[in-house]
Design a protein around this ligand. Structure first.
Ligand code: 6PG
Length: 249
């Protein structure tokens, strides 16, 4: 049963990132207490950088040796490239906290064969979560962003990855960017215990209104297709991003 999304409106970006940090810290400690570990897939782009910095500043409240870090998507660039989602998270968070390097599972996007890089990451997920073909890993927390076109992770509108029903990770050609991306598929996102969108700023106001209140077809907005089957869907948005939404009731 897919629960209704929880849309939490925060005032300032600082309030937004603090709310996201609180949610992540709570989920991490709950997961470790209940299951002995916390598995998280990080998102890329620019929005989460402030969250990662805040988490690093609150490192003492987290069980780092029981936390396991993955990425929901990666640009098809080496890890030291300014565009790399790994590089951003490593600089803002992972290099600043006592997480064991063995707990960090980077997408090897330097592989000259993007499909092979996706397959290798899929193999990593299947082994870590002990899931066979046809089964999907259940992340405790998947952090997501939303692009101006409604994409999330690297699931862009009208791209092949949106149709994938059995693979966990694929290389996805994005025509409008003339670029490949490596991304989780929708079944992995929808297996999450918590899928949390983090949306900040006026440049997201129009797309957030379309996604949450518009009448267009779901397929036009990949982030609308994120509906965890047995998990929590959380939209954390600041006032600027929510400025085109109907007033909260
Ligand atoms: C990426 C992200 C992507 C991102 C959105 C929003 O690799 O870029 O995973 O899905 O979350 O594009 O990006 P911003 O936070 O930079 O607006």
């Amino acid at each position: 049963m897919t629960a209704a999304p929880e849309i939490r409106r925060l005032t300032t970006p600082q309030d937004l990132f603090q709310a996201a940090a609180d949610e992540l810290i709570r989920a991490a400690n709950d997961a470790v207490q209940q299951r002995g570990r916390f598995t998280i897939a990080l998102s890329g782009g620019s929005t989460p950088k402030n969250l990662y910095t805040l988490i690093a500043a609150n490192a003492s409240v987290l069980p780092w040796d029981r936390m396991f870090f993955f990425w929901g998507d990666e640009r098809y660039v080496p890890p030291n490239d300014p565009q790399s989602n790994f590089r951003m998270a490593n600089e803002a968070l992972l290099s600043k906290v006592p997480v064991p390097p063995a707990n960090i599972f980077r997408i090897a996007a330097e592989n000259p064969d993007a499909a092979a890089a996706a397959l290798a990451y899929e193999k990593t997920l299947r082994e870590f979560f002990d899931v066979a073909r046809g089964e999907f890993p259940r992340f405790d927390f998947i952090l997501l962003g939303i692009g101006p076109d409604g994409h999330t992770a690297s699931l862009f509108p009208e791209t092949a990855a949106l149709q994938e029903k059995t693979r966990l990770v694929v290389a996805n050609w994005v025509e409008k960017m003339k670029a490949r991306r490596i991304t989780f598929t929708l079944p992995v996102l929808n297996a999450a215990r918590i899928a949390a969108f983090l949306v900040s700023g006026t440049d997201k106001a129009a797309i957030l209104h379309e996604v949450l209140e518009g009448k267009g077809p779901d397929e036009k907005y990949p982030c609308r297709l994120v509906r965890p089957k047995e998990g929590k869907l959380l939209w954390l948005v600041d006032r600027a991003a929510a400025s085109e939404l109907a007033p909260a009731v």
